[in-house]
Design a binder for this molecule. Structure first.
Ligand SMILES: Cc1cc2nc3c(=O)[nH]c(=O)nc-3n(C[C@H](O)[C@H](O)[C@H](O)COP(=O)(O)O)c2cc1C
Length: 307
């Protein structure tokens, strides 16, 4: 089976920020993690929100910084900025299906149907940095174009070190089930991604010939999943303490006012499936004060510790 370095946490926009990564690393410090995707335009233009996206704790381990864009020169410049900022590796987004990224700006998943542009970007980025470059992609644009293997071959030729493959097409978005193909003689290591939740799922990915597994949505409300899969820890006895810690890191980073609305989704994920979670969510959604949120969390999980 895979070791700690082979079970990746997926990039999730709006989620894998600095505080979230710290919570994951509390349970599994060496898990390879990605930033949220960062626009090369905003990065090179030094937009304030964007600088935040690659911010990291000094003691943060393995961190891949993911960039998206359709301009090779800007992508190369962005990669250099991230290298200087301490990225462990640079990842190029070649799978994001949202219209703003894929159709309107020609980036993300669009690169799966424009291999010439994808190649130009990969060559420019690989040339620009000394650290490894990876790509994250899907099976193809749609069912008629499942040409992921061609893109991987081009990536290997450009000097890309490894790829993550999500077992859906762009047309599928997040519907249906992820269907990872069996790998035979891949020119670079490929990390399998899509619907992986359990150690049995991880084993299945290993059996299909992948060099690692990448977990996305299954870490929502369960940041300990990597610790559990790696045999480092179990599910924490008092989840409320983890929730409070996560809240505390977010308050320290974003400030109270910004954190309270941002934390609602995390509170919902942490409480999902628990008795009275629907009522808890409704109460949390009405809260605008961080102190009240702490009280609500303490009440729900029955924990004593306060932030
Ligand atoms: C809310 C959300 C945000 C995402 N953000 C990104 C992103 O910034 N970059 C990226 O390459 N993929 C992104 N993805 C795709 C995931 O990384 C992953 O490929 C996908 O969710 C399938 O894996 P899973 O079934 O384990 O979640 C996002 C997915 C979701 C649901």
């Amino acid at each position: 089976m895979f070791n700690v370095n082979q079970i990746f946490a997926a990039p999730l926009a709006g989620i894998t920020d600095k505080p979230f990564r710290r919570i994951v690393r509390m349970f599994s410090p060496n898990t390879p993690m990605y930033t949220e995707m960062i626009s090369c335009h905003s990065l090179v233009g030094a937009h304030k929100n964007c600088l935040r996206n690659f911010d990291r704790y000094d003691d943060e381990g393995n961190i891949g910084t993911q960039i998206f864009g359709a301009n090779a020169q800007l992508m190369a410049d962005a990669a250099r900025i991230l290298q200087d900022a301490g990225a462990t590796w640079i990842d190029i987004n070649m799978g994001c299906p949202v219209p703003k990224v894929a159709t309107r700006s020609g980036a993300g998943a669009n690169l799966m149907r424009d291999h010439k542009l994808a190649e130009k970007i990969m060559r420019a980025v690989v040339r620009a940095v000394q650290i490894p470059v990876s790509i994250k992609t899907r099976l193809g644009w749609d069912d008629a174009n499942r040409d992921w293997a061609d893109l991987i071959r081009i990536a290997a030729d450009c000097g890309v070190r490894f790829a993550a493959l999500h077992g859906r097409t762009r047309a599928q978005l997040y519907t249906g089930v992820s269907d990872l193909p069996r790998l035979v003689n891949s020119p670079i290591p490929i990390i399998g991604n899509g619907d992986i939740k359990t150690s049995a799922d991880v084993r299945r990915v290993a059996d299909l010939g992948y060099s690692g597994a990448m977990i996305g949505r299954a870490m929502l409300g369960r940041p300990w999943i990597f610790g559990v899969l790696n045999g480092i820890c179990g599910v924490p006895e008092n989840v409320g303490v983890v929730v409070l810690r996560h809240l505390q890191y977010m308050v320290e980073y974003y400030g109270e006012k910004n954190t309270v609305p941002m934390f609602r989704k995390h509170a919902a994920w942490y409480s999902a499936g628990m008795p009275n979670s629907a009522e808890f969510r409704i109460r949390v959604n009405g809260i605008t004060d961080a102190g009240e949120l702490v009280d609500e969390i303490c009440k729900f999980w029955g924990c004593e510790v306060k932030v």
